[in-house]
Structure formats: structure tokens, C-alpha cells
Write a protein that binds this ligand. Structure first.
Ligand code: AMP
Length: 284
């Protein structure tokens, strides 16, 4: 695996590969890699000939300073895991490389309502930060295909919007969420859970499964929502949201949607255990 710290030699290397007719796949991450990330690398390896992974903990997408400071860093293990997975290139830029003019007064992206609901509402500025870093990374890497996880459902929609705004030729491929055996979605933030909270964390998956079952039985959405919220609060969670939405637009469910709506829906949950914020979703 070749490791690049600077964008210019990376871009030159990728140009050479493209000139040799190689398809380039890109997997952007913030490190503390787990099997969910590795599944994206494997998918990219299947569908392209050169896989580029980036590890960069992007300061502009954190709306909470301590979440940024406490974000896990396991770079040595990450490099070993990427090597073992057969990743071809790791891009490991510094903040100065990604933000040469600093992180103030940055361009604004028109993300429409995606920025005001769910994650957009509870993490103000988060998706602007995601777009900042993704625009830069996509421009540097110039991949044919971009692989991202359904775990971050709304992020996939935001990046799809960004690709449109950038008129980028890169195609987004959304990959399924990898889970622990007890159902907890794999996440770098799981490393920050105490053993006791790690046990409780599985309640999110239980709620999503319950929502899916009851929606498909035609139960009234407000009833399901109340049940799921109670399960979460009883387990010690502080809830940001438990929502059911149209899977294509993310517009929230109306009271009757669970009973009469036939289109694709997605259930989404964001909640804290102590100071660790977990998110997950499930297609219903
Ligand atoms: P992160 O390092 O958390 O920024 O995530 C990097 C990429 O991995 C994003 O596209 C995530 O959606 C994806 N990802 C994170 N967790 C999982 C998971 N459990 N299964 C599949 N993809 C994931």
C-alpha cells in the first residue's frame, strides 16, 4: 500500500493509473477502522482496480468540540488492517493540507431541507463540514466510484446532492451497514462506550427491528414511536430523534404513513449514552 500525505503526488499517481485505463474506487473515512469500513474497501476492490482510502478526522464537521477531541485514533492498527484488506493507496493528509486557507469563512453549499431535518437539525453545520471535506477529497482523488455506508443514511443523500452541485462524474455507491453479532451497527464511536453502555447500545437495533415489524403490521406510527422511545429512555438513552421517513426524500412520516404509505420508508434513530452519540437506521 502506498501512503500519500500530500494531494499533489496523490493526484499525479491517480492520473497515471487512469491513463493506464484503471478504474479508481475511493473510500473516505475518519479512521479507527472496523469491519464496516473494511467491507467498503472490499466492495471497492471488487468493482474497481485501484482502491484509495483516506483517513482524515475532519474538524469542520464536528459541531461539538469534545466529540472532535475524543474521536478515536488507531492509525497504526488502521494501516495494518488496510494492508491486510489489500487497499492500494492510503491518503493521510494533515489539516493544513486539507484547509490551506484555514477553516473560517468557508464556502456554503445549498443542501436545501436536508440541512434542517434529522442530523441537520441536531448537528448544525455538520453537513456543511462534510461537504467541505468531501468536495476537497473528491477533487483530489478524482475517483470513478465512491463507496459510502448506509449507516450514515442522510450523509449519503447529502453527498449525492454535493456530487450534483459539483457536476462530478464520480458515482456514489451506498453499501449496507455492517453490524456486531448482537445487532449494534459498527461505529468508531463504539470504542468510547463503557462495557455497561456497550450492552445497552444494542437497544437501538432492537427498536429499529420493532419499528420495522410493527410498521409492516400496519400499527399507527405514533404508537410505535412512543414504544421505541420508552425502550430507549428505559435503557438510559437521551434521544435526539426516533423518526420514520420517506426513504427517497427523508420527509418525516405523518401519523398515518405507517398504515397507508406503500413506498419505501426508513426508520432512523439518534441517541446518546452518556456523552457518546450513536446513530442507526433501517429500511422498513
Ligand atoms: P466514518 O469513518 O465514520 O466517517 O465512516 C466512513 C465511511 O464508513 C462512511 O461512508 C460510513 O457510512 C461508513 N461506515 C461507518 N460505519 C459503517 C458500518 N457499520 N457499515 C458500513 N459502513 C459503515
Amino acid at each position: 500500500m502506498i501512503i500519500f500525505k500530500y494531494a499533489e503526488p496523490l493526484a499525479r499517481y491517480i492520473q497515471q493509473q487512469k491513463a493506464a485505463d484503471k478504474q479508481v474506487g475511493f473510500v473516505p473515512t475518519m479512521g479507527a477502522l472496523h469491519n464496516g469500513h473494511i467491507a467498503l474497501i472490499e466492495r471497492s476492490k471488487k468493482e474497481t482496480s485501484i482502491t484509495v482510502c483516506s483517513i482524515f478526522v475532519n474538524p469542520t464537521q464536528f459541531n461539538n468540540a469534545s466529540d472532535y477531541q475524543l474521536y478515536p485514533n488507531t492509525i497504526e492498527q488502521d494501516i495494518v488492517r488496510l494492508e491486510a484488506a489489500g487497499c492500494d493507496v492510503l491518503f493521510l493528509p494533515s489539516i493544513a493540507e486539507m484547509y490551506p486557507n484555514g477553516t473560517n469563512n468557508l464556502e456554503k453549499y445549498d443542501l436545501g431541507y436536508l440541512e434542517t431535518l434529522l442530523e441537520g437539525k441536531y448537528r448544525p453545520g455538520h453537513f456543511q463540514g462534510v461537504c467541505q471535506v468531501m468536495n476537497r477529497l473528491l477533487t483530489m482523488v478524482q475517483a470513478h466510484k465512491l463507496f459510502m455506508g448506509q449507516k450514515d443514511y442522510q450523509q449519503c443523500m447529502v453527498v449525492s446532492r454535493l456530487l450534483q452541485l459539483m457536476q462530478s462524474p464520480t458515482g456514489l455507491i451506498t453499501c449496507p451497514t455492517l453490524r456486531e453479532p448482537d445487532g449494534l451497527a459498527m461505529s468508531s464511536r463504539n470504542l468510547r462506550l463503557s462495557p455497561e453502555d456497550r450492552q445497552k447500545a444494542t437497544t437501538i437495533y432492537k427498536c429499529l427491528t420493532l419499528i420495522k415489524q410493527e410498521c409492516n403490521q400496519g400499527v399507527f406510527w405514533p404508537v410505535i414511536k412512543e414504544k421505541a422511545e420508552k425502550l430507549l429512555t428505559d435503557a438510559g438513552f437521551r434521544i435526539d430523534y426516533v423518526e420514520l421517513a420517506d426513504a427517497n426524500t427523508l420527509q418525516p412520516a405523518t401519523a398515518t404513513m405507517a398504515t397507508i404509505y406503500q413506498g419505501p420508508r426508513v426508520a432512523l434513530i439518534a441517541a446518546f449514552l452518556h456523552d457518546v452519540r450513536l446513530i442507526d437506521n433501517m429500511l422498513v
